[in-house]
Write a protein that binds this ligand. Structure first.
Ligand SMILES: [Zn+2]
Length: 227
C-alpha cells in the first residue's frame, strides 16, 4: 500500500509531467503556464490538430501560450492570435474546445499570410457583404430593430458584436440564419467569417461550409493548394 507521502509524490510527478516542455514540429514552443482542466489533454489535442491542418499554416506561429494572460482577460477572450503567438485560456472545458480555439486563431494567422495572395478574397468579401444585407432583411422581417446598426461595415465592431450576441442572441441567430452562416459568430465581421469557416472546414463541418459559403469554401481550397 502506498504511503501518503508516496501518493503525494506521484501526484506531483503527474503535474510536473503535465507542465512539461512541449514543442510542436520541434519548433513551436507550447507553454502551459497554468494547468488546464482535467478534460483537456493538450498532447492529444495537438497531435490530432497537426493531422487535420496543413503544416505550413503554422509557419507564422512561434509560441502557443496556455493559461491566464492579460491579453485574454482584458478583452474577456478564450483565445487570441497576436505577434506570432496563439494565446489560449487554461479554463477551456475539454480537448475538442481546446482544438477549436487553436484552429480558430490559426485561421487569423493564415488569413494575414495568404489572403492577399489569392484573387478569391474579393469574391469572399462580396459573399459576406451580401449575407450581411440578407441578415438585415431577415432581422427586420422578424421584428428586430436594425436601424442603429451598420450592416455594411465588414470590419469588427464591438457594438455590432454585442447586438448579435446579446440583443438578438445566438440561439435565435442560429435559427434565423441557418442557411446564411455556418454558425452565428461568422456574422461578426469579415475576418471572423473567414476564421469561423476555416474552423468548420478543418474540424467538423466541411460540407456545410461548401453549401452555406461556397466562395469561402473555394478560397479555403485555393489557400490549401499554395505550397
Ligand atoms: Zn476570431
Amino acid at each position: 500500500m502506498k504511503t501518503i507521502i508516496e501518493s503525494m509524490k506521484e501526484k506531483n510527478d503527474k503535474i510536473a509531467k503535465k507542465l512539461k516542455d512541449r514543442r510542436l514540429f520541434n519548433r513551436i514552443y507550447v507553454w502551459e503556464k497554468d494547468p488546464v482542466l482535467p478534460d483537456v489533454d493538450v498532447d492529444t489535442g495537438l497531435e490530432r490538430l497537426v493531422k487535420l491542418v496543413p503544416k505550413n499554416y503554422f509557419n507564422n506561429i512561434d509560441t502557443i501560450f496556455i493559461g491566464q494572460f492579460p491579453e485574454l482577460s482584458k478583452r474577456n477572450l478564450n483565445a487570441l492570435y497576436q505577434d506570432n503567438a496563439i494565446y489560449v485560456s487554461n479554463m477551456i472545458m475539454d480537448t475538442s474546445e481546446f482544438m477549436k480555439n487553436i484552429v480558430h486563431e490559426l485561421a487569423h494567422a493564415v488569413h494575414d499570410e495568404y489572403c492577399d495572395l489569392v484573387d478569391e478574397n474579393d469574391a469572399v468579401m462580396n459573399e459576406f457583404f451580401v449575407k450581411r444585407r440578407q441578415l438585415k432583411k431577415i432581422l427586420h422581417l422578424n421584428g428586430y430593430n436594425v436601424e442603429n446598426q451598420n450592416f455594411e461595415n465588414l470590419e469588427y465592431d464591438q457594438n455590432f458584436d454585442t447586438y448579435l450576441y446579446q440583443e438578438i442572441g445566438y440561439p435565435i441567430m442560429h435559427t434565423l440564419t441557418i442557411n446564411l452562416f455556418v454558425s452565428p459568430y461568422a456574422a461578426t465581421s469579415y475576418k471572423e467569417y473567414f476564421a469561423n469557416g476555416f474552423e468548420h472546414y478543418y474540424l467538423n463541418d466541411f460540407t456545410s461550409v461548401k453549401q452555406v459559403s461556397p466562395k469561402l469554401f473555394s478560397l479555403l481550397t485555393k489557400i490549401e493548394s499554395i505550397e
